[in-house]
Design a protein around this ligand. Structure first.
Ligand code: 26R
Length: 843
């Protein structure tokens, strides 16, 4: 049955094949003589999972033995994507799996869904049921338990934590429905639920015995314990949190860490009364209500504020995680003196920040440590990273809501704030304006808890996600706090994992890099990539580099044709902007640029058109469901595409395509096949941006504004190898105040007029969209950046014509991407913020 070596499962193709057949028969319960792709996928996944579990047990045992300081990464969002291909790569068994499967008549690439089921997609698009393609035909759907940047960053960081052998745990929520699936009907976005668990999930392990009660509502009473006065919270509702563990394997190491996600289940004691009184139906209904807490991911929306369910989700996951963390600590420690030496708690944005009040509540009310001692522990364990510069994304919770759902926590927050205000008065005197800005409690018609202020006051470190973001935090967002505690503020520029973004998603580039560097070590030692610089102009490397890019572009072209029926030329420059749709990310600027290009081609003599560099402009991304303007941008993209793609005058010179349902798996396909990518947020609005780093690693040139992490990318790659344009961060304010007529060039007014006048149809519908960038509004400065945007685009065209030069730039992008590996980010955090050391499990 299972072939073992030194007590471990063997990884040669024969042993793997036996395991796969075993799982076909006993896990999937099919005959080993007749099973289909999906069943083969399941059996393969279970065989891989067995290997993960082995390593994972050993790692946990090892951590237990060594009792190092542990990092707990608390995040309400993780965008893990697919697990099979990633696990297989990190375990180093891709070739063995492929061989084992091929003898059974299956293709690894098909099962790992790295080859898209083209016929199905086209069929489904035609019948407007493209979401069915996932449900019926895909082997593994994405785990999309997050919205965008912050959530994918968490996933990359988990990969690096495992690979670098850090004793770390991720904690989050196991949403029944992840991020909505985007369906496009007639060019309009519609949202569909993401049924990601419907076909089972071999990558998680349900831990029915690991469960904790989580309390809500109720009242707070005074009590006396051991002669001391204390508070007791008498809850009004209890819900059970059950753990689901997702093993996260490191690359080139035995270390496999845990992402523990909580699901809400009715607590056993729930509504026993109704059973007793014979109200059987209501008892069942009430039990089901408990499960709502972990039902669905909140979209990154403006309108989330003050939602009771959101607050309950946050507390639910925080309370369960804290109970788990404290239980693990108490297993080996008798008192809390060592807590700060053994536990680092990382707050991924403000979403998990109630854990501050929760830890304080446990130390005060359950451990009876008293305020001074509890506070002393608390302020040594939390670190906070903020991921936004947008004031509207800073969470506020209405005090009334807090009072109702978490009465004891509100008291504690008031106490923390009172002491903080007293301390502050001593330092800054009676500056009431400043005191009120810094207060954790916002006074006003509706009183709010400012969760960011709570997080800053109670954390030992506040991290920004890029240097530019750090400067903005200091000078704009948290100036008062920076002046009070400059030493608390740091930045750790984001990074992405080269395992997922090169090795898994671009195997041919991976092989090419290893061949030229003469080693695969760069996969875990990314600085080695810099050695590619030496060969940037080598014609042999350039030739192979072009081949790799071409093959990847071919896959993208096939996908585009399958999804939209549009045929694109591989000679054209693939120009891609894929990310969440937001006004500040300026997809509208991109579309207006495409209209300008179209207009120019239309107005050219036929002979002139020969000089045009052909382009395929690709846009993809989800609009938050309640964000009207973002949805109109998607519709505009489709309307413009419809006109351009059907214009025979233009032909292959210009195509515009919208890729629906952008997610991690689509990114894995599209990024390797891009020539140029756009990161064009209005300067001062993108905290970091991580998409750019994935494109960079894949040798894709960047057309970008000097925003977020781009400034640091410029330092590594050199502005001469990029297309940088637009206002700088410090210029934006003055430009906003300038007269709008002076700012926007004629070309801008012209393309906007085409949209306004109904050139692409839907005249009335697009009016409000046009209004956002005209008539003195244009908050995001599309008009004033337009001329320099077009110049940057023209520079990209010129560069693309010189193939040798373009290839050299492309190679330099990959070679210069080392600094943007999440390995570097995590090592930085480990050393400067968390104070943790690697704890390597012996092989
Ligand atoms: C529901 C609500 C509270 C909410 C608002 C905003 C939930 C999630 C978000 C997403 C934000 C915080 C986000 O994803 N920020 C992005 O984080 C990336 C990783 O640091 C950055 O690269 C990116 O610039 C930033 O926008």
């Amino acid at each position: 049955m299972f072939e073992m070596m030194d007590g471990f499962l063997k990884n040669d193709p024969d042993s793997l094949q036996k395991d796969i057949l075993h799982h076909v028969e006993y896990t999937v319960a099919r005959s080993r003589f007749s099973f289909d792709d999906f069943e083969a996928y399941q059996a393969l996944s279970h065989s891989v999972r067995d290997r993960l579990i082995e390593r994972w047990h050993d790692t946990q045992q090892h951590f237990k033995k060594k009792d190092p300081k542990r990092l707990y990464f608390l995040s309400l969002e993780f965008l893990m994507g697919r697990s099979l291909s990633n696990s297989v790569v990190n375990l180093g068994i891709r070739d063995q799996c492929a061989e084992a499967l091929s003898e059974l008549g299956f293709e690894y690439e098909v099962l790992a869904e790295q080859v898209v089921n083209l016929i199905v997609c086209y069929f489904c698009e035609i019948f407007y049921f493209n979401y069915l393609s996932y449900m019926l035909f895909l082997k593994e759907g994405d785990a999309a338990l997050g919205n965008g940047g912050l959530a994918r960053l968490s996933a990359c960081q988990m990969d690096s934590l495992a690979t670098l052998d850090y004793p770390a745990w991720g904690y989050g929520l196991r949403y029944q429905y992840g991020l909505f699936r985007q369906i496009i009907l007639d060019g309009f976005q519609h949202e569909q639920p993401d049924y990601w668990l419907n076909f089972g999930n071999p990558w998680e392990i349900e831990r029915v015995h690991v469960s904790y009660p989580v309390k809500f509502y109720g009242t707070v009473k005074e009590d006396v314990v051991n002669g001391k006065e204390c508070k007791v919270w008498i809850p009004g509702e209890t819900v059970e949190a059950v753990a689901y563990d997702n093993p996260i394997p490191g690359y080139g190491t035995r270390n496999t860490i845990t992402l523990r996600l909580w699901a809400a289940k009715p607590s056993d004691g729930c509504d026993i009364e109704s059973y007793n009184t014979g109200d059987y139906i209501n008892a069942i209904v009430n039990r089901q209500k408990a499960e709502i807490i972990s039902n669905v991911l909140y979209p990154d929306d403006r309108s989330y504020q003050g939602k009771e369910l959101r607050l309950k989700q946050q507390y639910f996951f925080v309370s369960a995680s804290m109970q788990d963390i404290i239980r693990r600590f108490k297993d080996v420690h008798e008192n809390f003196d060592d807590f700060p030496d053994k536990v680092a708690l990382q707050l991924n944005d403000t979403h998990p920040s109630i854990s501050i009040a929760e830890l304080m509540r446990v130390l005060l009310d359950e451990e009876h440590l008293g305020w001074k001692k509890s506070w002393n522990i608390l302020k040594q364990v939390f670190s906070f990273t903020t991921h936004t510069v947008l004031p509207e994304a800073l969470e506020k919770v209405p005090v009334d809501l807090f009072q109702n759902v978490l009465p004891r926590h509100l008291e504690i927050i008031y106490d923390i704030n009172f002491k903080f205000m007293e301390e502050l008065k001593e330092k800054i005197g009676q500056d009431y304006a400043r005191l009120s800005r810094m207060s954790i409690v916002e006074e006003g018609a509706v009183k709010n808890i400012r969760v960011a202020n709570l997080s800053i006051v109670c954390s030992h470190t506040v991290n920004a996600v890029s240097r530019a973001h750090y400067e903005l935090l200091k000078t704009r967002v948290f100036t008062d706090f920076y002046e009070l505690w400059p030493e608390k503020f740091q930045f750790k520029t984001n990074g992405v994992t080269q395992r997922r973004w090169i090795v898994v998603s671009n195997p041919s580039l991976c092989a090419l890099i290893s061949k030229w560097l003469g080693t695969e070590s760069w996969i875990s030692d990314i600085d080695l990539l810099a050695r590619l610089r030496e060969y940037a102009s080598n014609p042999d490397l350039q030739k192979e580099w072009t081949m790799v890019k071409k093959t990847n572009k071919m896959r993208v072209a096939e996908y585009i044709e399958a999804m939209s029926g549009v045929k694109v030329s591989l000679d054209a420059m693939f120009d891609v902007q894929v990310k969440r749709i937001h006004e500040y990310k300026r997809q509208l600027l991109n579309i207006l640029g495409v209209i300008h290009r179209y207009d120019c081609i239309k107005n050219m003599e036929k002979s002139e058109r020969k000089k045009v560099v052909p382009r395929v402009c690709i846009i993809g991304g989800k609009a938050p469901p309640g964000y009207e303007i973002a949805k109109k941008i998607i519709k505009l993209c489709h309307a413009v595409a419809e006109t351009i793609n059907n214009d025979e005058d233009v032909g292959d010179l210009l195509k515009l395509v919208f890729i629906p349902d952008y997610n991690v798996s689509v990114a894995e396909l599209v990024i390797p096949g891009s020539d140029l990518s756009q990161h064009i947020s209005t300067a001062g609005h993108e905290a970091s941006g991580t998409g750019s780093m994935k494109f960079l690693m894949n040798g894709c040139l960047l057309l970008a504004t000097a925003d977020g992490s781009t400034n640091e990318i410029i330092e590594e790659i050199g502005a001469e190898n990029m297309f940088i344009f637009g206002a700088k961060i410090h210029e934006v304010q003055a430009l906003r105040e300038k007269d709008s007529n002076v700012k926007a060039p004629l070309q801008f007014m012209r393309v906007l007029r085409m949209v306004r006048d109904g050139y692409f149809g839907f005249k009335d519908y697009f009016k409000s969209l046009c209004d956002t960038v005209e008539n003195g509004k244009d908050f995001y400065l599309l008009g004033s950046d337009f001329a320099s945007y077009l110049e940057a685009q023209a520079a990209a065209d010129r560069a693309y014509v010189d193939k040798k030069k373009w290839n050299e730039m492309s190679i330099l992008c990959t070679a210069g991407s080392a600094r943007f590996s999440s390995d570097r980010t995590i090592e930085d955090y480990a050393e400067k913020t968390w104070g943790i050391q690697p704890c390597k499990c012996p092989f």
